[in-house]
Design a protein around this ligand. Structure first.
Ligand code: ADP
Ligand code: ADP
Length: 208
């Protein structure tokens, strides 16, 4: 992406952001509340239309003339909110996200992410379980880029490390942009860490 900008009404919250994400690369974005991290992911997935150019998987998805909708972008998104269909069961949610997968793979992904009841409506899950389901949905999708907005915020600290490892395992040949405040998560993810502040992407450290 190059020189990405976004404003809410008159307030510019993304002030010219450029970066490149390689296949298999993990980019961790840290920074204070209000820095624009969530907005950046929303523009990347296509939930918001910003200015600037975005190319994903060799396809221009946004420039002055082009705006490719979410469904046609090669990215999956785990939003900060729940990101699941509340009136559908756990298994139905996974089927929607993982259309190309066998049922056994969906069940296995639910298991490794600690989702035991597959027939319960997603709206009835706890906050942490909803996040696990949203993560499972991104991982069973065939999308080449995974955008994660503080995916482990509602997950108990004791389980976080394990889930980080599951995400890493299933995104080896994908690109990941991972927004988080959690120090333990930043360390365990072990990708390139970039700091965002005031709508700008500041220094990106070398890979840990
Ligand atoms: P972060 O994820 O880094 O905390 P956000 O992207 O959520 O930051 O927010 C960036 C700025 O945009 C903040 O100043 C926030 O108040 C503002 N903002 C976010 N969402 C909206 C919205 N829907 N309408 C107006 N302003 C918003
Ligand atoms: P979503 O990301 O789920 O589409 P938003 O973050 O845009 O939802 O929030 C929905 C509504 O709440 C927006 O219409 C916006 O006006 C308002 N809103 C959300 N965050 C802020 C904020 N930080 N400042 C002002 N308004 C906000």
């Amino acid at each position: 992406m190059s020189d990405l900008r976004y404003s809410y009404k008159n307030k510019e919250v993304l002030k010219g952001i450029s970066f490149k994400l390689a296949k298999g690369e993990r980019l961790v974005i840290v920074g204070p509340n209000g820095a624009g991290k969530s907005t950046l992911l929303k523009v990347l997935i296509g939930a918001r239309k910003g200015e600037g150019r975005i190319v994903m998987c060799d396809l221009v998805v946004q420039d002055e003339k082009i705006f490719i909708p979410i469904e046609k972008r090669c990215a999956a998104y785990v939003p900060q909110g729940s990101g699941v269909f509340p009136h559908k069961t756990v298994l139905e949610n996974l089927r929607i996200a993982g259309k190309e997968r066998d049922e056994s793979e969906l069940v296995e992904m639910a298991r490794v992410l600690g989702l035991r009841e597959l027939d319960v409506k997603a709206g009835k899950l706890s906050g942490g379980q909803k996040r696990r389901l949203a993560i499972a949905m991104a991982l069973v999708s065939n999308k080449k880029i995974i955008l994660l907005d503080e995916p482990l915020g509602a997950v108990d600290p004791a389980s976080r490390g394990e889930i980080v490892d599951v995400i890493k395992e299933h995104t080896r040949d994908r690109g990941v942009v991972w927004v988080t405040h959690l120090k333990d998560v930043v360390e365990r993810v072990g990708g390139r860490v970039c700091k965002m502040e005031g709508g700008k992407l500041l220094d990106c450290e070398e890979e840990l």
